[in-house]
Write a protein that binds this ligand. Structure first.
Ligand code: DGT
Ligand code: CA
Ligand code: CA
Ligand code: ZN
Length: 577
């Protein structure tokens, strides 16, 4: 998510709330401004720092909107928007994802019935309350009921990068509650899936009631959806968090069960059955001489720890990222699980942007940020001009040549290795948008697809990977999670070509991309490709996102040896050469 995107979203939210309130004209103007802000090729926050006047250049941004942008950039919020949110505390994205329910309807339903969430909406429709509101009928109400499940499924998957911080914060909070014996994330979040339906948290405790009370008192909670004896759910900023509490002796069993995936659990359960064992969320039991079908019947042989659930099955403990039934059962049974890469094994970043293109900082600032983050090296790879680079974001060859001495000068003074590079565009025919001689002068060439991102992209990417100067294929499919699926790619063929050509395939760690995906990484590594995990940072605070790329790599069975930027500087230099 770029900063422009973040600012645009403020005005979209603003427009929705003004619509909810029944204000005319303004919502349209705010939406138009949001669109130009999102599409604006420069850094809007940077312009705002120069004052309101500088924002004139953006289509649809007049004085009133400009002053709100400045307010947002300076203070992190827009007061009027904060007040509107308090006036209409509606979970707008969720509610308006129901077909036929727009922001205006949402506002009216809040005013008349106090509806704030999808759950409220479903309850009111089910109780026949909506058709009693003026302007609504039985048909509208039935429509809402018919569409609500679809809306839940299609629009409530959150990006891993959005949900993970909430998961970590709630775990940290619960860990400090004295009634809590142990606490872990479960579900897709623990497996680091790219998108998350809900956050699952598991607590081991003898005092479930006290844990439920603490959980529902969590200061970040917006709504408590339900609170029972040993489970509860709440919502924080639209993220749904499910808590379950089990006794400490069954914690490992429950953690194994609620981590999933379902496919992994089914395969594990079948292995148990073959051995006359029974496995469930309460433990693992020897049932060779019991008829009783009670869940806890039989002799308990494990359940306190997760490892004790796998051990009786002749399996090593399986890292959560691998639990997708993609070969991990056999590997765990035969001692062949890979030693997965860890975030602290990453030594540098080979895909970053400065203010020369659409980043926020100077070369020196970005390099300093990389050093402060602990990296040993960084490649500066600003956008080259070409297909997909609108409004002058990309640098032409002449400007790239002008940038080169600045990068070399910073490199001379820097405490870490600085590689001069470029992010070139891969055109639809697979050609690269930068002059060959210039490419040859650069240390690190990332080539990425940025336009025409549908249909099969294999030939195009193979051609780029075989270009003698290209070192890395950046975000190979061009996907944007929840927005576009990107190119279809025969990863096996691409990876084979890339391995032969000595080109690395990127895992772009930006949580909106996570491209390649875990499944694709697994295929690529099997075909012999080298993986590189880059953040595509547009400012130093984004280096920390590398962990999302690392866990995506782990989902693809990547060990440190499979990943280029675990190597020391000399190894990188040799690869880039
Ligand atoms: P999500 O939330 O859609 O991103 O995906 P998960 O995997 O977190 O799924 P969720 O939250 O519905 O349930 C958490 C875990 O609980 C899931 O990964 C596996 C386990 N689980 C839930 N329902 C079932 C089930 O019916 N059978 C089995 N074997 N496991 C289940
Ligand atoms: Ca879940
Ligand atoms: Ca759940
Ligand atoms: Zn980039």
């Amino acid at each position: 998510m770029s900063r422009n995107d973040e600012i645009a979203r403020q005005f979209e939210a603003f427009a929705d709330l003004l619509d909810a309130k029944g204000v005319e004209y303004k919502p349209r103007a705010y939406r138009r401004a949001a669109e130009s802000i999102r599409e604006f090729p420069g850094d809007v926050a940077g312009l705002a720092a120069e004052g309101e006047k500088a924002l004139d250049r953006i289509d649809g941004v007049g004085d009133a909107i400009a002053s709100k942008i400045v307010e947002y950039v300076e203070t992190g919020q827009i007061e009027e928007l904060v007040a509107l949110r308090e006036e209409y505390p509606i979970e707008m994205a969720a509610i308006t994802s129901v077909e036929g329910v727009g922001p205006k309807t949402a506002g009216k339903l809040y005013e008349e019935l106090g509806i704030r969430t999808l759950d409220d909406l479903e309850a009111a429709a089910g109780a026949g309350e909506i058709q009693a509101v003026k302007g609504f009928g039985a048909k509208t109400e039935q429509n809402i009921l018919d569409n609500i499940d679809f809306a839940r499924e299609a629009h409530e998957r959150q990006l891993l990068g959005e949900a993970q911080p909430y998961g970590e914060r709630v775990v940290e909070y619960l860990a400090d509650v004295s009634a809590v014996d142990s606490v872990e994330l479960g579900g897709s979040l623990r497996r680091w899936r790219a998108t998350i339906g809900d956050v699952d948290v598991l607590v081991g405790s003898e005092e479930a009631g006290r844990v439920v009370d603490a959980f529902t008192d969590w200061p970040d909670a917006d709504t408590v959806i339900e609170a029972g004896d040993n489970k509860a759910s709440l919502r924080a900023d639209g993220v749904r968090i499910d808590l379950r509490i089990v006794v400490p002796g069954e914690f490992g069993a429950a953690l194994q069960y609620f981590t999933g995936s379902k496919d992994h659990n089914v395969a594990v359960r079948n292995r148990a059955i073959e051995r006359d064992l029974k496995i469930n969320e309460y433990g693992i039991f020897d049932v060779s001489d019991v008829e009783d079908d009670d869940q806890r019947a039989g002799e308990r042989i494990g359940g306190e720890t997760e490892a004790s659930m796998y051990e009786p099955l002749g399996m090593a403990w399986v890292p959560p990222e691998l639990r997708e039934n993609r070969g991990e059962i056999i590997a765990a049974a035969s001692g062949e699980l890979p030693a997965l890469i860890e975030t602290d094994e990453i030594r540098g970043d080979l895909h970053t942007h400065t203010a020369w293109s659409d980043g926020r900082n100077t070369v020196a600032e970005l390099v300093e940020g990389a050093a402060a983050f602990g990296h040993d090296y960084i490649a500066i790879t600003d956008h080259a001009t070409g297909p997909g680079m609108v409004g002058g974001v990309g640098l032409d060859d002449e400007t790239l040549r002008e940038q080169l001495p600045e990068i070399r000068a910073v490199a001379d003074d820097a405490s870490i290795e600085v590689f001069a590079g470029v992010e070139a565009n891969i055109a639809e025919d697979g050609t690269i948008s930068v002059d060959d001689d210039l490419l040859a002068d650069l240390d690190c060439v990332v080539a990425s697809p940025h336009a025409a991102l549908d249909g099969d992209g294999t030939d195009r990417l193979v051609a780029a990977a075989e270009h003698p100067s290209v070192d890395v294929i950046g975000h190979p499919t061009g996907r944007y999670l929840n927005r576009r699926s990107g190119l279809d790619v025969d990863v096996d063929r691409l990876a084979t070509a890339a391995a032969d050509a000595g080109t690395a395939l990127e895992i772009n760690a930006n949580p909106a991309r996570l491209d390649l995906s875990g499944g694709a990484v697994q295929t690529a590594i099997e075909a012999g490709a080298t993986i590189v995990i880059n953040t595509d940072a547009h400012s130093p605070d984004r280096f920390a996102l590398v962990r999302y790329g690392v866990h995506t790599g782990r989902r693809g069975w990547a060990a440190a040896g499979d990943v280029l930027n675990t190597r020391e500087v000399d190894g990188i230099r040799e690869f880039l050469h």
